[in-house]
Design a binder for this molecule. Structure first.
Ligand code: DGY
Length: 323
């Protein structure tokens, strides 16, 4: 019997590509280029499984293609706001994702950005590279304390809770969180976390605000000018979730006018095209969507896709079925 035809849209860690090749008739994206809409349509017509990732775009007009062969999108990534899941469902395409395995590495990057923003790490690095450091002096590049400060989390899922553990147990931070319903009591007790019913209540209390809600139409521009104005002028905003949760123009303006002290960003609206307004600001730390970018995590993400494909082709229950 011939092996199922599987396409992966971007390069994966070599060990997982090798496992895939042993099991399926696999097509790799040899030069790792981003797929066009036409390439996706052709993939849906010609493969049993297509494995896209978070930088791909699968809107309705791509998924609605005629004469489809593909019945499963094994997404390499936990976020799936780049896939129109309602259309996928209508079209009878299963979507799976990779939850759980990138929790700690993403929370580590959130903490990295929090520390970089608070302690002006990127700015100091730029200063030295520009040959402008004149030596130590008591008032040079003073910044904000992290230890003992208040951290507000927008969303309180796996990654937010991991961030809260690092912040509370590692840095003695006070934890607030904004989530529609109360979190598990054991977690709340461990972190001494306080739930805020509204952002209006939480934002003015925070020294640091870290975003951990999913992207998509429900959360687009959740952080807008009005909400940025609720933050303390000494506060920092961290985003490792999805770029479109923050109105970039409003954030750039708030940073230019020093209405907040700083921001640390790993994700952007329309990435990898970053609003040029960020590039000239000293008070923003910018990373290129590195949240899950450790060898172990990216390998584990690939393994998760493999588990889902194996279950699908064996007719078993899919461990990470989104729809
Ligand atoms: C995801 O999996 O959604 C992450 O953004 C990748 O780092």
């Amino acid at each position: 019997m011939s092996k199922p035809k599987v396409l992966i849209t971007r390069r994966w860690p070599a060990s997982v590509e090798a496992k895939l090749q042993a099991l399926y008739d696999v097509t790799l994206n040899a030069d790792d280029h981003p797929f066009s809409a036409d390439e996706f349509k052709s993939a849906l017509r010609n493969y049993d499984a297509v494995c896209p990732t978070v930088c791909d775009s699968l809107p309705a007009e791509v998924l609605n293609v005629s004469e489809k062969r593909c019945k499963i999108l094994g997404n390499f990534g936990v976020g799936y706001n780049h896939i129109d899941v309602n259309t996928a469902k209508e079209q009878g395409i299963i979507v799976t994702n990779t939850p759980g395995v990138l929790t700690e590495s993403t929370a580590d990057i959130a903490m990295t950005l929090l520390l970089m923003s608070a302690r002006r790490g990127a700015e100091g690095d730029r200063l030295i590279r520009a040959g402008q450091w004149k030596g130590w002096c008591p008032t040079h590049m003073m910044s904000s304390d992290v230890t003992g400060a208040t951290l507000g989390l927008i969303g309180f899922g796996r990654i937010a809770q991991a961030m809260a553990r690092k912040a509370h147990h590692g840095f003695g931070m006070k934890i607030l969180y904004f989530k529609p319903s109360p979190a598990d009591q054991a977690i709340v007790n461990d972190l001494k976390a306080t739930r805020c019913e509204t952002l209006k209540d939480m934002l003015p209390q925070c020294d640091y605000v870290s975003i951990h809600c999913p992207g998509g139409s429900d959360t687009r521009h959740l952080i807008n000018e009005q909400r940025l104005n609720l933050m303390k002028p000494t506060a920092h905003l961290i985003n490792t979730a999805r770029g479109d949760v923050v109105d970039s123009k409003a954030l750039i303006k708030a940073l230019q006018e020093k209405r907040i002290a700083g921001a640390g960003l790993d994700v952007y609206e329309g990435e990898p095209n970053i609003d040029a307004g960020f590039l000239t600001l000293e008070n923003v730390s910018l990373l290129p969507h590195l949240g899950s970018a450790t060898i172990a995590t990216r390998t584990a993400m690939g393994e998760k896709v493999l588990e889902n494909l194996a279950a699908y082709f064996a007719g078993k229950t899919l461990p990470d079925r989104v729809i």
